[in-house]
Design a protein around this ligand. Structure first.
Ligand code: PGA
Length: 252
């Protein structure tokens, strides 16, 4: 049985006082989610990670939005795995379409980061998803399949089981134009099939999230689909009120 997961991706939003305010205010809803067997978390910017960790309940998952695969060295502007571990971060989002587009992040680069995170006992949330052009050409499945195969190359089934996948069609991110639950399930079911081919039966234990214009009003629809295990949410994860609405939608 896969545990449902809600992960808020704050992107480049919130100052430290704003992040602290959210952390201090989310206690009750986090307990509510946990008591219903749901994992919940947020991914603040690097400078807000410690503030959220210090002020939120321990049950709130706190994820970074990127990491470098090298432990230390001459990599200006980068943050290493030991640095995240030292402040208590255990989860990292990788391969988000915005990082692929604006920072040249490739599936191959993600693969190095995923392997380094798993070796450090951390949890990667690996994002995949196609552009509008790819979607309209009907090439979503082979495109996403390639992202999965390259990003998760060389993992053992035991390692793969720990990874969380997020399927986020680029045309649905921040556009208000969410994929229908049928489209999301079709692609996510395909991803699970690809995982089965790569890793065998453990694919049934790998959590796959949908992301792209998920809101309190539509999250429940996705949860009714058999292969969708939760959501990666941007805009609607930023306020406490909206975040509470997402949890309520997940609990159903
Ligand atoms: P959105 O972003 O919910 O604002 O569409 C989702 C994401 O980019 O993870």
């Amino acid at each position: 049985m896969r545990k449902k997961l809600l992960l808020g991706n704050w992107k480049m939003n919130k100052t430290r006082p704003e992040a602290k305010e959210f952390a201090l205010g989310c206690g009750e809803m986090v307990s509510y989610a946990v008591s219903h067997g749901i994992d919940v978390g947020v991914a603040p910017t690097f400078v807000c990670l410690d503030s959220v960790l210090d002020n939120a309940p321990g049950d709130l998952i706190v994820a970074a939005q990127n990491v470098n695969e090298h432990p230390s060295g001459a990599y200006t502007g980068e943050i290493s795995i030991p640095m995240l571990q030292e402040i208590g971060v255990k989860w990292v989002i990788l391969g988000h379409s915005e990082r692929r587009e604006y920072n040249g992040e490739t599936s191959k680069a993600c693969n190095l980061k995923i392997k380094a995170l798993l070796e450090a006992g951390m949890i990667p949330v690996y994002c995949c998803g196609e552009s509008l052009e790819t979607f309209e050409k009907g090439e979503t499945k082979p495109f996403v399949e390639e992202q999965i195969k390259t990003g998760l190359a060389d993992l053992t089934p035991e390692q793969a089981e720990k990874v969380v996948i997020a399927y986020e069609p680029i045309w649905a991110i921040g556009t208000g134009k969410s994929a229908t639950k049928e489209i999301a399930e079709d692609t996510i079911g395909h991803i699970r099939g690809v995982l089965k081919g790569l890793f065998g039966p453990v694919a049934e234990n790998i959590r796959i999230l949908y992301g792209g214009s998920v809101k309190p009003g539509n999250i429940a629809e996705y949860m009714s689909e058999p292969d969708i295990d939760g959501a990666l949410v941007g805009g609607a994860s930023l306020t406490l009120e909206s975040y509470r609405g997402l949890i309520e939608g997940l609990v159903g």
